[in-house]
Design a protein around this ligand. Structure first.
Ligand code: PLP
Length: 376
């Protein structure tokens, strides 16, 4: 771990809590809160006097996001409201023909299902691959593909089970068959390393409030130049043009960059916060963060496996693991168990028919042991 980052200082969480809910909404690091405090003070005392500096922060954020996902250029990154808005930008931007289809899995979070299902009114079919308890979930996706398949859309990590998809394999298949590849990366970014060029994705989206430790309401939307050419814009505004800020010129054109998807005023507070949280990731290093997260996952899995009647729902093969560990008690009422955990201030979630623990890299092994003691 980077010695310059003091984790106790960065995460001064209430010591009575054991926070195992980063797959839901995460606590903010201290540096992010301090950035926000300074910004809102500035907004109160000086209004937008320093707006040019805020714009520099916005530029910096695009570069940080480029580095986070290893995108070729920050021009490929748009800042949208949330993951659902980004998926909708893809779904409603494509010129669908009746009878075409999208392939997803049956484990997707509703954002990556409902948007596609809503295209039914245009005669677009959403096919769902059954991927529970099978060794090669990607093959199940491929089997549903036919000559009418336009796009495959998957979560990089499934929200309930924590199953990590083999994105390289899906990307390769999509390129070979000229199918668009869309990745909801909200349960992956900030926990595991990600390389958008290696996986050959056309579109990637993720809000910042989970593993990226930022507030809700600001999402990254990556698109390749060729893929975004295929999207018709459904929202326009003063910021979706090439010459932003040149209000007197009546002619306008869309920029080539992904910024065309941002129609109006940016979420400056969200931009400052996400940039600050990302600085922590880039300082510590994504390799180190992934290592710590997977160490916690395997530690937790081992502890849980020692408890009689606990059934692990999450995959346990190393290459399928993420930051999520979901389990259930075969003999106890799991609602009751969840309530008991809550009473002991173990912050977690009920998902996928069980209880989901999602510790982050800074969560200590002692805290994991304490949480498992309650289950025992
Ligand atoms: C896989 C996945 N996608 C999307 C979301 C949330 O989407 P949005 O950013 O639109 O709120 C979640 C939240 O739990 C999720 O787990």
């Amino acid at each position: 771990m980077n010695k310059l980052v003091n984790l106790n200082e960065e995460f001064p969480l209430d010591s009575s809590l054991i926070y195992l809910n980063h797959a839901a909404v995460s606590p903010l690091p201290k540096r992010t809160v301090e950035t926000l405090q300074l910004l809102i003070q500035e907004m109160m005392f000086q209004g937008a006097k320093n707006y040019p500096q805020w714009q520099l922060k916005e530029n910096l954020l695009r570069e940080q996001l480029r580095d986070l996902i290893h995108a070729p250029s920050s021009n490929d990154i748009a800042l949208l409201k949330n993951t659902s808005e980004a998926i909708s930008t893809v779904a409603y931007g494509l010129d669908w023909k009746k009878g075409e289809n999208v392939v997803i899995t049956d484990q997707e979070f509703p954002s990556n299902r409902i948007v596609w299902e809503s295209l039914e009114k245009y005669g677009v079919i959403t096919k769902k691959a059954l991927i529970s308890n099978i060794e090669e979930p990607e093959e199940a996706l491929f089997q549903l593909v036919d000559e009418k398949t336009r796009l495959i859309s998957v979560s990089a990590v499934q929200y309930a089970s924590g199953l990590k998809m083999d994105l390289n394999k899906i990307g390769l298949f999509c390129k070979k068959h000229q199918i668009l590849f869309c990745v909801d990366a909200i349960q992956h970014l900030g926990a595991l390393q990600f390389d958008v060029q290696a996986i050959q994705a056309d579109f990637v989206m993720a809000d910042g409030h989970k593993w990226l430790l930022a507030p809700e309401g600001l999402a990254l939307f990556y698109s390749t130049p060729q893929a975004r050419e295929k999207l018709e814009l459904k929202q326009y505004g003063w910021r979706s043009v090439e010459n932003v800020g040149n209000y007197d010129v009546l002619e306008w054109q869309l920029p080539d960059s992904a910024r065309k998807f941002e129609c109006g005023s940016p979420n400056m507070i969200g931009i400052h916060a996400l940039s600050s949280s990302l600085s922590l990731f880039l300082e510590i290093g994504l390799i180190e963060i992934e290592k710590k997260i997977l160490e916690n996952t395997h530690f937790l899995l081992n502890l849980l496996k020692q408890i009689p009647d606990i059934k692990i729902i999450s995959p346990q093969q190393r290459e399928r693991c993420s930051g999520i560990v979901t389990f259930k008690h075969d003999k106890k009422d799991n609602n009751l168990l969840f309530e008991q955990l809550k009473q002991h201030n173990i912050i977690c979630a009920q998902r996928g028919g069980g209880i989901r623990f999602s510790p982050h890299f800074y969560t200590s092994k002692l805290q994991l042991e304490q949480a498992v003691e309650i289950i025992k």
